[in-house]
Design a protein. Structure first.
Length: 405
């Protein structure tokens, strides 16, 4: 079936990690329940892209031909197409404590490589045959910071990534489908900032030694290897994560352009911003301590220096013990992108998102755009009064309007 794809050079979707579902039956049930409703509201006249999240268990089930055919049939019937996968959470992602477990297994461990290889195979089979349409899979930024700082960790992570890149090159040869792995920097991880990601890519993935290793793994020449590494390894630039680190779109994108690192996926999201931290703000922030996800905090002092906290309770405890008041906080909590002041006293990092969308409109930062507000079911009730399907549709339309401005 020939799809009527949306006009424009970029594909827009939302990430289905907002829906509960670990096993394939539960995941597929959520897709059938929510995707048609969102499409009716957000993309009635053209096929709608899907940013599919599959756990390792769900991905394994989809190796069964009958299960895979049922998914493909559903997508065709509903005029949907998958162009990107979220391969960040390997295991459970809703309804229980996730926090630092979301990074496990990391890229030092064979389970992460096997899982991501399987996701690439599935995406190659799902990706429509359309001119210029490629696929992307986002993944953990190497490892959680403590794990990634252990001796030999960076080298082991790089080796696994080079092996996966060789698999992607062979997959393109075999299927004609081009897929890029997109590492997603996140606070308190091995790759925490754009600058750290650039340093890792240049030293471990795009170096002459990496090209020689990739050539050995893939059977290519070192000269060809350099081109293929840049084709199949890139960044997932999450605007929320970058905003928590007080980055700016101009600086982040300039670093990536100079290094020749592609933004394989641009995740559109906003964080909480607390312009002036005080006791009243601390009381309101406690409502976002849901016990499920990590809410890393970065504090900017009057001199511009940054102090990082692993989780919101740690930051609040440090403040209660006499930390300086009046400082600016950024909190890693994804809030719907159309909110600019979620609880009156707080702002969001929406201005950075608007800046990034303007750059996307003018310069084409990435061909893959994905709204990611996975925290829906743990947000304070005032922030989810619309209902989930309506809120997702509103987010997509909000983004589309600004891209068309």
């Amino acid at each position: 079936m020939r799809l009527t794809l949306p006009s424009g050079p970029a594909h827009l979707t939302y990430c289905t990690n907002v829906h509960r579902g670990e096993g394939w039956a539960e995941t597929f049930g959520a897709l059938r329940r929510h995707l048609p409703a969102v499409k009716r509201n957000a993309s009635p006249g053209a096929a709608m892209g899907v940013g599919l999240r599959l756990s390792a268990v769900a991905a394994e089930t989809l190796r069964e031909p009958a299960e895979f055919d049922a998914l493909r049939g559903f997508l065709e019937d509903e005029d949907l197409y998958v162009f990107t996968l979220n391969g960040f959470p390997y295991g459970p992602f809703h309804g229980e404590r996730v926090k630092e477990r979301v990074y496990a297994p990391d890229w030092r461990e064979p389970e992460r490589l096997a899982y991501t290889d399987q996701l690439a195979e599935l995406l190659a089979a799902l990706l429509p045959v359309e001119p210029g349409l490629s696929g992307s899979v986002s993944t953990v930024p190497g490892a959680f910071h403590a794990a990634g700082s252990s001796p030999g960790a960076r080298e082991a992570i790089a080796e696994a990534l080079l092996r996966h890149a060789a698999r992607l090159a062979a997959l393109e040869d075999r299927t004609g489908r081009r897929i890029a792995l997109a590492l997603e920097p996140e606070p308190m991880c091995l790759l925490e900032t754009t600058a750290e990601a650039v340093e890792f890519f240049e030293r471990h993935l795009f170096s002459s030694a990496a090209a020689v290793r990739f050539a050995a793994l893939s059977g290519r020449s070192p000269a060809e290897a350099e081109t293929l590494l840049r084709r199949h390894l890139g960044l997932c630039l999450d605007v929320c994560h970058a905003a928590v680190e007080f980055e700016t779109p101009g600086d982040s994108l300039a670093l990536l352009r100079r290094a020749g690192i592609a933004v394989a996926k641009l995740q559109l999201s906003s964080a909480l911003a607390v312009p002036r931290m005080d006791a009243a703000a601390a009381d309101l922030l406690r409502r976002f301590d849901d016990g499920v996800y990590l809410h890393q905090v970065v504090e900017r002092g009057s001199g511009g220096g940054l102090v990082r906290f692993l989780d919101l309770p740690d930051a609040l405890a440090a403040r209660a013990e006499g930390a300086e008041g009046g400082l600016e906080w950024r909190v890693h909590c994804h809030v719907p992108v159309f909110h600019d002041a979620p609880l009156g006293r707080f702002a969001t990092t929406q201005p950075m998102l608007l800046d990034m969308l303007e750059r996307q409109r003018e310069d084409g930062v990435s061909a893959h755009l994905e709204v990611e507000t996975y925290t829906w079911d743990v947000l304070p009730p005032e922030l989810r009064a619309d209902g989930l399907d309506a809120a997702i549709s509103r987010e997509l339309l909000w983004v589309r309007d600004r891209l068309a401005a």
